[in-house]
Design a protein around this ligand. Structure first.
Ligand code: FAD
Length: 379
């Protein structure tokens, strides 16, 4: 296996660096302080082909594989993890669900708008009372003639307010039945479909998180992805790919935090020498570098399986679990390496530290990843 960036990966990395210098880095602090979701950045990322990375070119996407996709997320997340998170949610959750389970008409209808970022996508599985236990969801769709009427609410939805389109998974059968849920695509402006509360978060503050509210929202049969009753099973498959995204997000955070710590440790002098010369600090850096490489190996193992159409539930969960925990560990240690300055907003270490925690929670907590992995290995 060749671990060097291929030509496309290098092109994406260079493009993100150049784009980020002008359009992301100067504004990160302002977006974070004020919880601003910079929609215009995502429109520009659409022009660069990064909002439809996995979408085939015939639907207006870039037609890349997961190899290029993880590079794009990782590179964006080094600059600003919030941008990485939103780009990932748009690409692999909303767009990914339509790409995997939409029929030809649905793909032609929605994918070009999503891949170009003319429309921003959201994906709603989680509810107020059901996160890890999504199968217990309460939001319902009831058949009414040729239509369906949706009532209920989804919680913690990325782009819950700014999204132009949402894939939502709702109950159409018995509670607790894994075949009792269906995925619907709902466009903004549909009567009875509104946004609710925007969350005020610890980190990932430039990635918008809000409620979706359904009050007698009427949708048609043509808005169903796949078959009635398939929504939950589809979601688990969407999350298999989504977990690679969060792993790549964690990798970007860890790399950003590590680079910050490494540079600082070379420049900061105490007791007459750079602090990198103290073993207590250099061993931290050694641990960081090792854990980052181990994350990378797990991620590219899952990517390789995914690119080859092989089952990767266990490997995706391992990559997500490990990379997320590493992001938290490395960013925590980076704050420590910077000492008091690490605790200030003058350096990005404290933001990586806050942002990293989302990785162990979103798209299945670390505990849930361990359940998935153990289920796969015990059988
Ligand atoms: C910033 C952000 C963005 C998000 N974006 C989206 C989105 O776009 N779409 C979407 O649908 N959701 C989204 N989510 C929701 C996210 O996926 C859930 O928060 C996550 O799945 C956990 O669910 P929960 O918050 O209800 O926690 P809970 O499920 O209530 O879990 C609480 C704690 O209990 C533990 N726990 C629960 N069950 C078990 C078990 N069986 N064994 C051991 N431990 C257990 C968990 O690991 C956790 O530590 C987002 C969340 C955040 C914070």
């Amino acid at each position: 296996m060749d671990f060097d960036y291929n030509e496309n990966q290098q092109m994406i990395a260079d493009m993100v660096q150049t784009f980020g210098k002008k359009n992301i880095t100067p504004f990160v602090r302002q977006w974070d302080d004020n919880q601003i979701f910079p929609v215009e950045v995502f429109k520009k990322l659409g022009e660069l082909g990064l909002m439809g990375v996995l979408v085939p070119t015939k639907y207006g996407g870039s037609g890349f594989s997961y190899t290029e996709y993880v590079t794009a997320i990782e590179q964006l997340s080094i600059l600003d993890p919030s941008i990485g998170l939103s780009m990932a949610a748009h690409n692999s959750l909303c767009t990914g669900h339509i790409l995997q389970f939409g029929n030809e008409d649905q793909k032609k209808r929605w994918l070009p708008k999503l891949a170009s970022a003319q429309w921003i996508g959201a994906w709603g599985l989680t509810e107020h009372n059901t996160g890890s236990d999504a199968i217990g969801m309460r939001t319902t769709a009831v058949k009414d003639g040729a239509d369906w009427i949706i009532n209920g609410a989804k919680n913690f939805i990325t782009h819950g307010i700014s999204g132009d389109i949402a894939v939502v998974i709702v109950r159409t059968g018995d509670k607790g039945d894994s075949h009792g849920m269906t995925a619907f695509v709902i466009e903004k402006g549909t009567s009875g479909f509104t946004s609710g509360k925007k969350e005020d978060k610890l980190g990932m503050r430039a990635s918008e998180t809000a409620e979706l509210v359904f009050d007698n929202c009427r949708v048609s049969e043509e808005d169903i992805l796949g078959k009635v009753g398939d929504g939950f099973v589809q979601s688990m498959k969407v999350l298999d790919g989504g977990r690679i995204s969060i792993a790549a997000l964690g990798l970007g955070i860890a790399k950003g935090a590590y680079q910050t710590a490494l540079q600082y440790s070379r420049e900061r002098h105490q007791f007459g020498k750079p602090i990198s010369r103290f073993q207590a600090i250099s061993f931290k850096l050694a641990d960081m570098a090792t854990q980052i490489e181990a994350s990378e190996l797990l991620i590219y193992n899952a990517v390789n399986l995914k690119n080859n159409g092989k089952k990767m539930t266990k490997e995706g969960s391992m990559a997500k679990y490990y990379s997320s925990e590493v992001a938290v560990k490395v960013s925590t240690d980076a704050v420590q390496v910077l000492g008091g300055y690490g605790y200030t907003k003058d350096f990005p270490a404290e933001r990586y530290y806050r942002d990293s925690k989302l990785c162990t929670i979103g798209e299945g907590t670390s505990e849930i990843q361990k359940l998935v992995i153990s289920k796969q290995i015990i059988k």
